[in-house]
Design a protein around this ligand. Structure first.
Ligand code: ADP
Ligand code: MG
Length: 415
């Protein structure tokens, strides 16, 4: 029947632009001002689509479901958003001409007046009250537009079409609000779960870290007390000192890796030349490598990436140290750089003990270590966290008794 197809097309436009596209925006985008802008564009498209597919009565009067989009945009998006949507409505309606434009202006003013008392309190309402408010306002608003058309502009009264218009508004508005609410509720719950999981992890880490740091401190304290003895042999004193320094280093590493987890994003972003950065790392690990008779084999070209030197150093050191520790009696540590698809491919590989499938699956899990008292199980967790904070990826492959390869992919800087 004439008119009803248009109204159903309007419902489809509302479903797409008010429900699905905003949902995708909220899921994919994490910048609040971008979300608001994109949502505004989507709501505008809902209004434009509705006005584009109306059913027309005499005297150039068109009816459509734009008011639902307008009311929802006003109530959920606030005054500024609502006023901008009114601007879009009036401007687009102007393109169609006809006396109905005056009706449009009166109706949008009515929208403003009807929604205004609720805007501030709307977000504190219960879900049911929000559904009820939005639906009543939309229905009242639509009724006003019908009355204006009939009473002021003496548009021919087509009872069946008007009836459909009001019934479809009355049914579709609460349904749309209900689905909108449900979508947003589940997004909220999802975000909350992620946050809670993270908090739980942090508090778990915090409690065990204080425990782990206390151990090396107790050892240092013990040795310092022993060194108080003035008759202590020089050789023993040196030995105690060395042990104390090692334990302090251990405590330092634990705290440093833990801090990366709690605050992993780089703060002082700068342009880094990976060749310089790897140079610094190699300088630091060379003594350790020499101790295990390890050859460091490099093929490093200069590539530029964005990041924070200190964080990147921590990541590279953690990975290289693991490689060296996997080769207790000689081996080769290979470090190579290449570029592919605008990404830096940094390979760090060892010819060490390798890992079993189970170990490989658990690498990066907090406290997963196969090194007993010597390990902390925090190094790879921190390294992976740093790589993801630099918008990078890491692929690890390993063969038992053959070696392990870390492929780190980081976005190259476009010069
Ligand atoms: P830690 O080095 O303190 O044990 P990490 O988080 O740095 O903690 O590493 C976790 C575990 O992953 C190590 O204990 C080891 O079993 C495994 N691992 C990491 N890197 C390598 C590697 N290059 N070769 C073999 N095993 C590795
Ligand atoms: Mg380690």
């Amino acid at each position: 029947m004439f008119g009803i197809q248009e109204l159903l097309l309007n419902v489809l436009a509302l479903i797409v632009f008010i429900l699905f596209i905003p949902l995708i925006i909220v899921l994919k985008c994490n910048n609040d001002s971008h979300i608001n802008l994109l949502k505004f564009i989507s709501f505008s498209l809902a209004i434009i689509s509705c006005i584009s597919f109306p059913f027309t009565l005499t005297n150039g009067f068109i009816f459509d479901l734009r008011l639902i989009a307008l009311v929802i945009g006003f109530l959920y998006g606030g005054v500024k958003n609502g006023l901008l949507l009114i601007g879009v409505t009036v401007l687009y309606r102007l393109c169609f001409g006809g006396i109905g434009i005056i009706g449009t202006i009166i109706t949008v003013v009515a929208t403003l007046i009807l929604t205004f008392p609720f805007i501030k309190k709307f977000n504190n309402f219960t879900k049911r009250k929000r559904m009820l408010t939005a639906s009543l306002v939309a229905l009242l608003n639509s009724s006003i537009s019908v009355i204006i058309a009939l009473a002021i502009f003496s548009v021919d009264f087509e009872p069946l079409l008007i009836f459909y218009y009001l019934v479809i508004t009355a049914i579709s508005c609460p349904c749309i609000v209900y689905i909108y609410e449900t979508f947003h509720e589940s997004i909220y719950i999802r975000q909350k779960i992620i946050k809670t999981e993270k908090m739980e992890m942090v508090s778990h880490l915090a409690s065990s870290i204080s425990h782990e740091v206390r151990n090396p401190l107790a050892v240092v304290k013990g040795f310092l007390q022993l060194m108080e003895d003035v008759d202590l042999e020089e050789k023993k004193r040196k030995n105690f000192l060395q042990i104390s320094i090692n334990e302090i280093n251990r405590a330092d590493t634990i705290i440093r890796n833990y801090l990366t987890f709690a605050k992993p994003s780089p703060e002082n972003i700068e342009i880094l030349d990976i060749r310089d950065e790897l140079g610094k790392t190699i300088d630091m690990i060379t003594p350790l490598a020499n101790m295990n008779s390890i050859i460091i084999d490099t093929a490093i070209k200069p590539f530029f990436i964005k990041g924070e030197s200190q964080l990147l150093q921590q990541c590279l050191l953690n990975i290289c140290k693991n490689c060296i520790e996997a080769m207790p009696n000689n081996g080769t540590l290979t470090i190579e750089t290449a570029s592919e698809n605008n990404n830096l491919h940094l390979t760090i590989a060892d010819t060490g003990t390798g890992m079993t499938k189970e170990q490989l699956a658990r690498i990066g899990e907090p406290y997963f270590t196969t090194k007993g008292r010597e390990g902390t199980g925090l190094g790879m967790m921190a390294a992976m966290q740093i790589i993801s904070s630099l918008q990078g990826k890491i692929h690890i492959s390993s063969t038992l008794n053959k070696g392990t390869k870390f492929l780190i992919i980081l976005p190259l800087l476009n010069k």
